[in-house]
Design a protein around this ligand. Structure first.
Ligand code: ADP
Ligand code: NI
Length: 213
């Protein structure tokens, strides 16, 4: 199998797993992350095959879709084991270190990892990020907004998943922080208009909420 065939085969594999996922990790999220990561990768002169493979596989190991992250990574290892890919460990390393988890993970070790992480974070902001946030909140029974529910800054993801939050709170808990947590110059440039769009959205939201606009 040449690289092109490996990419097509891997895309099919991921598509089958994530096709019916509506929690924000559907196939179209992967497709957008792949496109954005390749765009950044070209601007930053990175290895595009590694980027594309890691982008395609980055959510297969997600703990929400598996019993544990370890089990998820095992699935990725098995998938790569019968493929003629020379840098399997680099791809695994990217996938296992990239998720945000409150920002307390070690920084990415490779440029390719930084880029895929940036692309994943860019898909959580801007118009798409707003849409995903409300889809997630709806799927988890959270309200759009409730001025009586405080931000859950001090809690872990699991704690606030089990407690109550709102879609609007998620902007302060995560989305508005993401543009300051990007690795590459190209991603920072792409983040500017997305960040501004979220701020405009919030301003308009509060205006309407308060009957002022
Ligand atoms: P990622 O794939 O970036 O690790 P997550 O798995 O945390 O993201 O979440 C998937 C999508 O759902 C993202 O767009 C994220 O911003 C959104 N999301 C995550 N947690 C919440 C929440 N508590 N309320 C609203 N949206 C959320
Ligand atoms: Ni993702």
């Amino acid at each position: 199998m040449d690289r092109q065939e490996i990419l097509i085969d891997t895309a099919d594999y991921v598509k089958k797993i994530l096709e019916n996922e509506s929690s924000g990790h559907d196939w179209w999220h992967i497709e957008r992350v792949r496109k954005t990561a390749l765009l950044i990768g070209k601007r930053e002169n990175a290895d595009l095959f590694t980027i594309e493979m890691a982008a395609l596989l980055h959510d297969v190991a997600d703990e929400k879709l598996n019993m544990s992250e370890e089990e998820g990574l095992h699935k990725v290892r098995i998938w790569l084991s019968n493929k003629n890919v020379s840098n399997k460990e680099e791809i695994i390393e990217i996938i296992s270190t990239m998720s945000f988890k409150g920002g307390n993970r070690p920084p990415m070790k490779t440029l390719e990892g930084m880029i895929v992480q940036d692309a994943d974070r860019l898909d959580a902001i801007g118009a798409i990020g707003i849409a995903r946030t409300f889809a997630y909140a709806g799927a988890h029974g959270d309200l759009i907004y409730d001025p009586a529910i405080p931000y859950r800054e001090q809690m872990t993801k699991d704690e606030y998943r089990n407690g109550k939050s709102t879609a609007i709170n998620h902007f302060y808990e995560k989305l508005l922080k993401l543009s300051n947590n990007l690795n590459t110059k190209a991603a920072k440039e792409l983040a500017n208009s997305r960040h501004e769009f979220m701020q405009d959205f919030l301003n308009q939201f509060y205006k309407e909420w308060n009957g002022l606009g």
